[in-house]
Design a protein around this ligand. Structure first.
Ligand code: NAD
Length: 247
């Protein structure tokens, strides 16, 4: 179990300011200081394991082997063991990993020991779906505040989340310990909204608007674009069809 840790992110200007490596300096239960280098890919895989562990918990499974997690994630058991060892958790060779304890360790590692607030800006069609999806999961990462500029939405509770006027964002960030914000506003509003997020001291942005955001190096932006993902899938589906036709 981790007791405290410091995260140092290394950014690459060639990779659109994205994080390439994350160094974690942590103190474990026997108060030894350890330094780890955790890649962005490892973080993604840990998020995936957490999702599968939650499913196992719902099925009332108490223990899981690395090969079970590997099968669910489409990885090798050795990769799973390496990732889990990287966060200082060890399973039993006989019984595997204790689902509840591993979930707790991964959550401590990914989210930190305190619950961190997440905000959403733009409570339209997409914003409402995001709220419904994220807030029904049993997670420490719930959207705790939503923001919009439409007077018909302001000060209403939408999908169980209070919608504040956008100008309240800096105050609510401080009061609700908000560390990340989801952008779901029209494309032409995304950059001014990102500027407000940065000015308010928030360092993580999940951007659904189809625009490139200019932010300082220390701010981590993850872009999600369903249209581009679909274009990619369609391209590879065609390649596969061509390859099949040539066989
Ligand atoms: P929408 O018009 O239904 O909702 C937009 C919301 O943002 C509205 O409630 C509006 O009042 C609010 N808004 C506008 N300007 C704002 C501002 N400056 N500050 C705060 N709130 C503001 O649009 P939508 O369909 O929900 O799409 C939202 C964004 O998500 C668009 O940029 C769209 O292109 C994008 N989108 C992305 C994906 C994806 O896969 N990434 C999928 C669908 C939509």
């Amino acid at each position: 179990m981790l007791t405290s840790f410091t995260i140092v992110c290394k950014y690459s200007s060639e990779k659109n300011n994205s994080v390439t490596n994350i160094t974690i300096i942590y103190v474990d239960k026997i108060t030894k200081v350890n330094v780890l280098l955790v890649s962005e890919k490892t973080i993604e895989r840990l998020c995936l394991y957490r999702r599968f562990l939650r499913e196992l918990r719902v099925q009332r499974t108490t223990y899981a082997y690395s090969h079970q997690l590997a099968k669910m994630a489409g990885l090798t058991a050795a990769q799973v063991r390496r990732d889990i060892m990287a966060i200082g958790y060890y399973g039993s060779p006989v019984r595997g990993y204790e689902v509840e304890k591993l979930l707790e360790s991964i959550s401590d590692f990914l989210d930190g020991p305190d619950s961190l607030g997440v905000a959403l800006i733009g409570v339209g069609n997409l914003g409402r779906s995001i709220l419904a999806y994220l807030n029904r999961r049993n997670s420490r990462l719930n959207v705790t505040a939503a923001f919009d500029t439409n007077p018909e939405k302001i000060h209403r509770v939408i999908v169980s989340c209070h919608c504040f006027p956008l100008e309240d964002y800096p105050r609510v960030v401080r009061e609700k310990n908000i560390h990340s914000t989801i952008i779901a506003v029209p494309a032409d509003q995304a950059q001014p909204v990102a500027d407000l997020i940065v000015k308010s001291g928030v360092k993580g942005i999940l951007n659904f608007a189809p625009v490139h955001l200019s932010v300082p190096e220390e701010v981590f932006v993850e872009n999600i674009d369903m249209a581009i993902a679909l274009e990619k899938v369609t391209y590879f589906a065609q390649q596969d069809n061509k390859a099949r036709a040539e066989r």
